[in-house]
Design a protein around this ligand. Structure first.
Ligand code: BG6
Length: 300
């Protein structure tokens, strides 16, 4: 069943958002939040008494079939350009461009859980979907409360084995990335995708610091913690069902090259992405499903 305005708890409203796209807004005593049905894309989460945790670009496009810049894009069924030849642009798959269905909205103990669904049939109108012609059902549940939880479950509904990449591509707001670190990745190996980096895996020593364009795919199942000295807060990204953590900041040149990203916005964000990518792609036999979950918390 798809939810209509009549089925929603009082703390949840369905409205027309930027660019005329449908948006769900949540407001409870514990937190406020916002999610666009296009992409099942979280664009805001602010726990009561805190500053916004999720970063959005002021230059984002909001238009049917175009990616939203910031928030939590769901990358599926490929990450970046994808591993196989023949996957259509844009990067990160078609799920973030597709119209998801709002199946349910429930409030429990002050937290609101939204359930959204996307099948291959729902995504058929997105041109890039034709390059990955496999039956699937994707379910995204998002709980806005004291914590923010995003879980993506993919079920193989077709006759053949499928393999896919995915990421909960979380943009986090920081006071200044140059005085921010990411803890929890010490000793993890990573692929460096920044310009000029070689193909060999490297090993993280200590915390991640930011001194230039940073684009790394870590092999890690650990909790990553964004330590924001300037804001005096720590943002934890805890996860299940995810073999990779991607850390990304575009820095000056890449920021300037992106049409939907302000030239001066790069100091104010860092992406810590809960992913299964490259050699850690998920493989599902007929009828199998897999869930990847990210839990975001804020502490002083
Ligand atoms: O511009 P997009 O397609 O949203 O991607 C943003 C970034 O997403 C990151 O996950 C990738 O590792 C980067 O390489 C990429 O630049």
């Amino acid at each position: 069943m798809t939810s209509t305005a009549a089925d929603l708890p009082e703390s949840v409203t369905l409205a027309e958002g930027e660019g005329g796209l449908p948006v769900v807004r949540v407001a409870t005593a514990l937190a406020t939040g916002e999610l666009y049905l296009q992409g099942a894309h979280v664009t805001a989460w602010t726990p009561a008494g805190a500053d916004p945790v999720i970063w959005m670009s002021g230059a984002s496009h909001f238009a049917p079939g175009e990616p939203i810049r910031g928030g939590i894009p769901i990358c599926f069924p490929w990450f970046g350009p994808g591993r196989e030849p023949g996957l259509a642009p844009p990067a990160h798959g078609f799920a973030r461009l597709a119209p998801w269905r709002l199946e349910a909205a429930e409030e429990r103990d002050g937290a609101v859980t939204l359930t959204l669904r996307l099948t291959d049939a729902d995504a058929a109108g997105v041109p890039a979907a034709a390059s990955w012609p496999h039956p699937f059902t994707a379910t995204c549940t998002v709980t806005f409360g004291r914590e923010l939880t995003v879980a993506l479950t993919v079920r193989n509904t077709g006759p053949e084995e499928i393999s896919y990449e995915e990421a909960l591509h979380t943009y986090l707001a920081v006071s200044d990335v140059r005085t921010t670190t990411v803890d929890g990745l010490d000793g993890a190996t990573y692929l460096d995708k920044a310009p000029g980096a070689g193909p060999d895996l490297l090993t993280q020593e200590g915390e991640v610091t930011f001194t230039g364009e940073t684009d790394r795919v870590y092999a890690s199942t650990a909790t990553a913690v964004v330590v924001d000295e300037g804001a005096g807060r720590r943002i934890g990204v805890d996860k299940d069902g995810s073999a990779n953590t991607v850390v990304w900041n575009p820095w000056v040149d890449k920021a300037a090259a992106m049409p939907d990203y302000g030239d001066d916005e790069w100091p104010s964000m860092v992406c810590v992405e809960t992913a299964n990518a490259l050699g850690d792609a998920v493989v599902l036999a007929l009828g199998e499903e897999h869930t990847t979950t990210a839990r975001i918390t804020v502490t002083r």
